[in-house]
Design a protein around this ligand. Sequence first.
Ligand SMILES: Cc1cc2nc3c(=O)[nH]c(=O)nc-3n(C[C@H](O)[C@H](O)[C@H](O)COP(=O)(O)OP(=O)(O)OC[C@H]3O[C@@H](n4cnc5c(N)ncnc54)[C@H](O)[C@@H]3O)c2cc1C
Length: 385
Amino acid sequence: MVSPSGIAFEGTAGGRAPIAAARTRRYGAPMRAVVVGGGIVGTACALALARRGAGVELREAAPALGLGASGTNSGILHTGFDSVPGELETELILRAAVLRPPVLAALGVPFAATGAVLTPRDDAERETVATLAQGAARNGVTVVIGDDGRLEVPGEGLTDPVAFVLALGAAAQRHGARIATGTAVTGRVADADLVVNAAGLGAGRVARLHGDDSFDVHPRKGEFLVFDVTPPPQILLPVPTKRTKGVLVFGTLDGRTIAGPTAVDLDEEDWSVRPEARGELLGQAVSLYPALDGAEPVFAYAGLRPAGRGGANYVVRRSEADPALVHAAAIRSTGLTAALAIAERVAALAGADGPEAELRGGPGGWGRVPAGPWYRRAAEHRALG
Ligand SMILES: Cc1cc2nc3c(=O)[nH]c(=O)nc-3n(C[C@H](O)[C@H](O)[C@H](O)COP(=O)(O)OP(=O)(O)OC[C@H]3O[C@@H](n4cnc5c(N)ncnc54)[C@H](O)[C@@H]3O)c2cc1C
């Protein structure tokens, strides 16, 4: 097996070399990996590499983990029922469904298995839903379609995305990874055998620092309204269009109701909630969940999806410009769901695909979840900054 830096790794013949894959034959020293970005993808990659014996340093520009897209999303762990069969994104969503349950359990990450439901309003939507059901069957995802065209997806559910990121970061630390926050990568990373580009909105820049201009990333803003209204028992999904999954209504683990997101393409980072977002969201939200009629939002927040320019999505591959660089970039819309499988893929691309050390749970490090609801954390951080 050959690493991105061209160094050969030990194999795992006879299953007797427990965490040997990430040790170089030449020096017997662990592979030195730098992970750029401390969102869900970077923390998952740091954990995957550390469990396979690499010496990992995660460098995050912000003063804490999970302040980017990973802490400002819908918090839904998807099944992949509506993902395009055969695409890499779909493959990784489906793989993550296998990897995730034991990790959430071991790390104490909350998950509410609420299920989701789509209710078509006319014949055209019924047809779209029927097509989705066929796609779900091809993806091997259980869905139940009623005589009225209602589609139930029992496997969808809600998590606390901030707790998920922090738990992965803490677990990576327990497996020996070093986490350096407030540490922006501003030049080519030269002190590593492997560089993982998990820099979200900054991934195009990190690639260019390594001489790779094969893709770029721009922000696609999603705004949300939070209501102090009893949440629906299931996640309420609209019938999607080609461009967006549309405005959803879902609960939070602290008993509130959220409506969102919007989808606004930007050239620059702008984390504000536009005044017009309220009008754009409310009508659609009330038609999905009439209990929101007349309710006033108690909070609003925005997340920025790291969207690949020109439609690039799930850029998970080795760089052709720099053999030490592996991209885990442009993870626009399902990264919370797929992170563990993205990380597994990155470890394999890096040549660190030997057996993993048993996952170490337990308290400490980045695992301390801050007080207050997760959806307020990033917005309040930016307001203070
Ligand atoms: C509105 C919205 C709703 C979503 N809903 C869902 C959902 O319900 N379910 C789901 O699975 N996914 C959802 N997603 C998608 C999911 O949030 C993303 O796919 C995922 O968070 C991407 O993670 P990331 O680690 O790649 O990026 P990020 O979380 O943005 O992390 C990248 C990190 O890199 C850091 N960084 C950037 N440049 C540098 C640098 N030069 N040096 C050091 N650090 C750097 C940033 O500070 C940031 O912390 C949603 C996203 C949004 C925005």
